[in-house]
Design a protein around this ligand. Sequence first.
Ligand code: ATR
Length: 280
Amino acid sequence: MSVESSPQPKACIIGWPAGHSRSPIIHGFWLAQHGLAGSYERAAVAPGDFARFVHDFARNGFVGANVTLPHKQAAFELCDATTETAAKLQAVNTLWLEDGKLCGDNTDVEGFLAALDQDAPGWAAHADKAVVLGAGGAARAIIHALLLRGVKRIALVNRTKARALELAGQAGAAVEAVDWAELGPALSDADLLVNTTSLGMKSQPALEIDLGPLPAQAIVSDIVYVPLETELLRMAKARGLRGVSGLGMLLHQAAPGFARWFGVKPIVTTELRALVEADI
Ligand code: ATR
């Protein structure tokens, strides 16, 4: 009698493109650290092929996936069930199968908060007001996260004011769309500044901003992590402000997916951080 061993659980990052993602490094580290049999791969899937790829998921041996640009909304629409967070954001970045059902979560919220907690401990105790730059999907997740953790007022500043107005309208009375020209006054009583735009990222335009008006105890957070120290974080450091890089969010948003797929809750260690930093 032959005994067939059960196949190793497999997860992947689905993107278009997917080549630049650091997720394989992160999940590969945790698999090895915990001595788990399993694998994590890259899946470059064009938008037109996404639904079929996800439909064939289980048949191809996958237990779940991370989803990145441009598939987060499509992933939400394909799910049989989602977490409240994903439903609120109408976007999914983590998929898993449960009793044959496709389930989705948006772990950017948890990832952003866990990174702030790790890199700026105690931040929420002094976070009445935040200024958020950008009004895309990342801003939507971060505004939700900030409101969950008790931030009372958010000034939303975006190049295209109409998008800021729309997002502010959906987020509720605590969020106000503010003109870019009014950024200085908005910063003057802010406890936290978060850049959710791609400005300052390698090969993107610089984020041109004067941090002068920010109070001395303010925290500056950038979701960009290439380069590790953006010009925004360099300016914050020069002013003696606490800075939080986007690397922490990248690492922490990965943890809930790993726990669901492989059954172990992983930790973001300094060793993991150094490994990913070495690839940036
Ligand atoms: P994501 O889902 O990552 O948030 P997105 O929805 O494309 O991506 O949003 C990108 C954000 O970066 C937007 O707020 C965008 O501003 P617009 O709404 O005006 O497009 C902002 N952004 C990107 N490039 C920019 C630039 N060169 N100058 C100013 N803002 C920029």
